[in-house]
Ligand binder design. Structure first.
Ligand SMILES: Nc1ncnc2c1ncn2[C@@H]1O[C@H](COP(=O)(O)OP(=O)(O)OP(=O)(O)O)[C@@H](O)[C@H]1O
Ligand SMILES: [Mg+2]
Length: 495
């Protein structure tokens, strides 16, 4: 039975065709995956369904009835809920308050809020999805996966019949992913229809019933999930075949560029870190969420003060009290939470790309705009940033393309040490391969690279050595030749 239908939807933004005659159909009780390259139009299609974007032409039908007027409020009242790429809770409110928002009938009488009732309701909803979260907790204190579960509970509380999940697993650990899948399966069994967007094609067979491929704003095809391989999906998405092989090449290892000895920070919860990276070497950091991987990167970069041990650059001891000092020493850090820290949404793409290299670009004659343009043009081309013009604001880019801009900025700084925190998160398969190739080229130029990743195949495919963190310290270091997925996992678990 068709629950929700997008019929021949077209939407343009100032010359960019985000959607071109796209059609999509969701059944009750199915998980329908939506895949496509960065900028293919996935989020735009979702926004059209949820009333956040009004299409130039085309129709949205719910239970066969055309929704003539749409807005986020109307769509919500019709039972359509969306969980977007970034969590949308009110950080300073409690879980119960967040869940109560958007639910008209929550037992409040004459404007008086019935707190006990709200808490009870929140608890019921959280229990229903097996989330062990207290209704009284402040949303800002929750982890990303916990916030996601609260959003799902809120959607259920609003009696959602359609639930849209836009890249829900992009920053989830394997455990949290498994838990989310359990919740999704239960919702499916109760008849909720779900649209599931993901760049992790390998997880789709485990969760999706059908899959629709978008390319350049057009819906290319819909298949039963069981009938397509990920290879076929990739071909449909990018219109060509990809090798699927990591572009790893042997690079002669140079001098030790970067070294940590007994490095630690109580504030960051890391201790006793010994680590060396040679020129041309790619060292990976594996570990579960909370193992201290991002905290280590932040401490190196001067965002958190270290209190023990030493840090050396080419054998000389250095101290970094602030990120600007790190940048002066040619140590660069691409943060994990790029949507918040990696890009300046209101600035043009070109300025974002050259932001960290302003010192090199501005001489006594002022800013070298021609150079800025050249650099920005080169990187947008190489990483395939999908945009009609490099002076458009970054906010006009799709999520994955914003990510590529954040990465470009650090590539331009010509770093000696490059720290990458989840560099390919939310990036489509084709661009992922391009980022890996760029990493390899930097290694060949002698850059020392530290890469944090939750994707073990990526670490195994790209790194010369892999350090596994557990409980704030390095539990084990594997050489490329003897690292396996199982060995890394068991070290990460502390076995
Ligand atoms: N507000 C906007 N202004 C201008 N262009 C926009 C705007 N929103 C989206 N676009 C453009 O529409 C196209 C589709 O973007 P959309 O966000 O739907 O892609 P996506 O498939 O969700 O990609 P990703 O996987 O990177 O999240 C992109 O080229 C994007 O730059
Ligand atoms: Mg998107």
């Amino acid at each position: 039975m068709t629950l929700l239908k997008a019929d021949h939807i077209t939407k343009s933004y100032a010359g960019v065709h985000a959607l071109r005659d796209a059609s999509f159909e969701l059944r009750a009780g199915e998980v329908h995956a939506l895949v496509g390259e960065n900028g293919a139009g996935k989020s735009t299609l979702i926004k059209a369904l949820t009333g956040a974007v009004i299409p130039d032409s085309g129709e949205i039908l719910l239970d066969g009835t055309r929704i003539t007027e749409n807005s986020p409020g109307i769509s919500k009242s019709l039972g359509i809920a969306a969980i977007y790429q970034q969590p949308a809770l009110f950080p300073e409110l409690t879980v119960a308050e967040n869940i109560a928002i958007g639910q008209e009938r929550d037992g409040s009488v004459f404007g008086m809020v019935n707190w006990a009732r709200r808490k009870q309701r929140a608890k019921e909803l959280l229990d229903r999805i097996g989330a062990r979260i207290s209704p009284e907790q402040i949303a800002a204190e929750l982890s990303m996966p916990q916030q996601q579960l609260v959003e799902i509970a809120r959607a259920l509380g609003a009696n959602a019949r359609v639930l849209v999940l836009d890249e829900p697993t992009a920053s989830l650990s394997e455990d949290d992913t498994r838990n989310l899948f359990r919740v999704i399966r239960e919702l499916r069994a109760s008849g909720v229809g779900m649209i599931y967007i993901s760049h992790r094609l390998e997880e789709l067979p485990a969760i999706a019933d059908r899959v629709t491929v978008l390319r350049d704003g057009q819906t290319i095809d819909t298949h039963e999930m069981a009938d397509v391989s990920s290879k076929q999906l990739i071909q449909l998405m990018v219109g060509r075949e990809l090798s699927g092989v990591f572009p790893k090449r042997e690079v002669p290892r140079g001098e030790v560029v970067f070294e940590l000895r007994g490095f630690g920070s109580r504030e960051a919860g890391i201790r006793g870190i010994d680590l060396t990276i040679r020129a041309g070497e790619i060292v990976g950091i594996a570990g579960l969420v909370g193992a201290g991987r991002t905290e280590l990167a932040k401490t190196i970069f001067g965002l958190v003060p270290p209190d023990t041990g030493v840090m050396l650059l080419r054998g000389k001891q250095i101290t970094i009290g602030h990120p600007s000092e790190a940048i002066d020493l040619h140590i660069s850090y691409l943060p994990e939470d790029r949507r918040r820290h990696g890009v300046v949404l209101d600035l043009p793409i070109s300025s974002n790309i050259t932001l960290a290299s302003l010192k090199h670009l501005s001489g006594f004659k002022g800013m070298n705009f021609r150079k800025e343009k050249e650099i920005a043009a080169e990187y947008t081309r190489r990483l395939g940033v999908k945009t009609p013009a490099i002076y458009n604001a970054v906010s006009t880019l799709s999520g994955g393309n914003q990510q590529k801009v954040a990465l470009s900025r650090w590539l331009v700084t010509q770093p000696a040490v490059l720290i990458l925190d989840e560099p390919t998160q939310g990036v489509d398969v084709g661009s992922k391969a391009e980022i890996h190739e760029l990493m390899m080229e930097l290694a060949e130029q002698g850059v020392a690279i530290l890469m944090i990743s939750s994707e073990l195949p990526e670490l195994l495919g790209m790194c010369d050595r892999i350090a596994v963190m557990n409980g704030g310290t390095i539990a084990k270091v594997f050489d490329r030749t003897d690292a396996t997925q199982d060995l890394i996992l068991s070290a990460a678990l502390g076995h």
